[in-house]
Design a protein around this ligand. Structure first.
Ligand SMILES: *Cc1c(COP(=O)(O)O)cnc(C)c1O
Length: 480
């Protein structure tokens, strides 16, 4: 069994094995003609069920053959230009190389004695990101597992900074289209049921600052404490960006912590053309960025940044075995003092490899391309009488629905759109997402692949229309 250990004697085996795996995936990428095979969970489950984990195959070639059956063949492939569903990006090769290196070396970023240079590389990337945001000289931060964890940590810091004698009095303000992890975090942080105040959005799905001001006013009048305002820079559903500077001014006036959830919109930090869309982000007390959404990084790669490094102390606990207080005196750097995690992947390496290979402008150009593509898609939808499109894109998302001429029953239109999404998924020809707008079912393109073309979007819209028409035709038959 020792032959499986990654070490000096097995270096050649390591090379052969990993190369074989890389070759399989490369062949797969080259041969994929649709984003998905359309397989159902019921069809796939028996294949996985039938495998006896207590009877190993012994050799990785056989395991890779089996993997073809249970995973590779039917996986959902984000690199395919007709994968248009969620905030999943195609990944860049330097980052995948970083992934291979970091898992082989297997550093853990909690302490210096488990990572050495990794600690400094992560710190440099945190500083780089904070500088891009404009957070100022006292900024700091840490890599996290994702936007949800970043939001949780930011709100933890905000809670600790809030001046109150009772958690019940704390209020968090976020728009009605903010990410659900805000509410989840409030719950985890022991805030009351009513802690998150939902602020309405305008026609463009941006937080209404007049409404926010009113809510903050009311909060003060009721003797409650405005713990934080969460501004979303790139909502998950619409890509809409809350008015950051106006929100910053209100936070200042009411003494609230300003958190900017830029899990999606952080791509603009490297944009060559559209950086000004997130102007005002520099006022934030904390910022969530998901490199695994708009920096073309593999999952997971994410960070939380703070304006004032000292606030990270609220995540610090000292364990004698790991990070005793004396290490602070000895000036031995560690990241565990800043993190909710202990053992932690060196995800920062992927971004490092990417920046060192392509540069920030390289990432920004790719993100600009998908933003431009969204504008083209919007024009396409706006000109097409078969579809109703919700907002002009601020980033790379399009929300729309099929509206059949002959049908007026809104519930029937909902069903036709739901059906179209499902049928499309089952065909595997394309994958799109869905969401609700004013209680009605809509479809969504999240564009993160620069390889997607206007023709791809047009073709997918035709497929959607075809499926919706088929549903309506059959439902007419059912009725008659
Ligand atoms: C995706 C997303 C999150 C959650 O990030 P994960 O990396 O999925 O945990 C939070 N906020 C916004 C606006 C998002 O789009």
């Amino acid at each position: 069994m020792r032959s499986h250990l990654l070490n000096d004697t097995n270096a050649e085996r390591y090379r052969r094995t990993v190369t074989e795996g890389v070759e399989r995936v490369a062949a797969k990428l080259a041969a994929t003609d649709r984003p998905f095979t359309g397989i159902t969970a019921d069809a796939l489950a028996p294949r996985i069920e039938s495998i006896d984990l207590d009877r190993p195959l012994g050799d990785t070639t056989a395991v890779l053959d089996e993997l073809e059956e249970v995973y590779l063949r039917d996986a959902v492939y984000f690199h395919h230009p007709r994968y248009l569903a969620h905030l999943n990006c195609p990944v860049v090769i330097p980052a995948v190389l970083g992934e291979a290196v970091l898992s082989a070396v297997n550093s853990s970023l909690d302490t210096w004695d488990q990572s050495a240079g990794g600690t400094l590389i992560e710190r440099k990337l945190v500083d780089w990101t904070a500088a891009r945001i404009g957070l100022g000289p006292a900024a700091d931060g840490v890599f996290t597992s994702g936007g949800s964890q970043s939001n949780l940590q930011a709100l933890l810091l905000a809670r600790e900074e809030a001046k109150t004698d009772s958690l019940e009095k704390l209020r968090v303000f976020a728009s009605e289209v903010s990410h659900f992890s805000v509410k989840k975090s409030a719950q985890l942080l022991g805030l009351g049921q009513d802690a998150v105040v939902c602020v309405p959005v305008d026609h463009d799905k941006r937080m209404q600052t007049v409404a926010l001001a009113r809510e903050l006013e009311r909060c003060a009048q009721d003797g409650l404490v405005p713990m934080a305002v969460v501004a979303t820079a790139g909502t998950t559903d619409f890509g809409s960006i809350d008015p950051l500077s106006e929100i910053a001014a209100l936070c200042e006036r009411f003494g609230a912590w300003m958190h900017v959830d830029a899990a999606y919109g952080c791509g603009l930090l490297t944009s060559v053309k559209y950086r000004d869309r997130i102007d005002g982000i520099e006022h934030a007390d904390s910022v969530t960025v998901d490199y695994h959404k708009s920096f073309f990084q593999p999952v997971s790669s994410s960070a939380v940044l703070v304006k004032d490094a000292a606030t990270l102390r609220h995540a610090t606990y000292h364990a004698e075995y790991l990070n005793p207080r004396r290490m602070v005196q000895e000036r031995i750097p560690n990241q565990v003092d800043k993190s909710l995690q202990t053992t932690r992947r060196f995800d920062a390496l992927k971004l490092w490899m990417t920046l060192r290979t392509m540069g920030a402008d390289g990432i920004g150009q790719l993100f600009d391309e998908v933003c431009d593509l969204a504008v083209e898609g919007w024009k396409l939808l706006a000109a097409d009488p078969r579809f109703d499109v919700v907002v002009e894109p601020s980033l790379s998302t399009l929300v729309f629905r099929y509206i059949p001429r002959a049908v007026t029953d809104p519930a029937e239109i909902d069903r036709a759109n739901l059906y179209a999404r499902k049928a499309l998924f089952a065909s595997g020809d394309a994958v799109v997402a869905g969401t609700k707008v004013s209680g009605r079912h809509y479809l969504k393109f999240t564009l993160l692949n620069p390889e997607t073309t206007v023709d791809d979007m047009a073709a997918v819209l035709d497929l959607i229309a075809g499926h919706a028409e088929q549903y309506l035709g059959e439902s007419l038959d059912r009725a008659s």
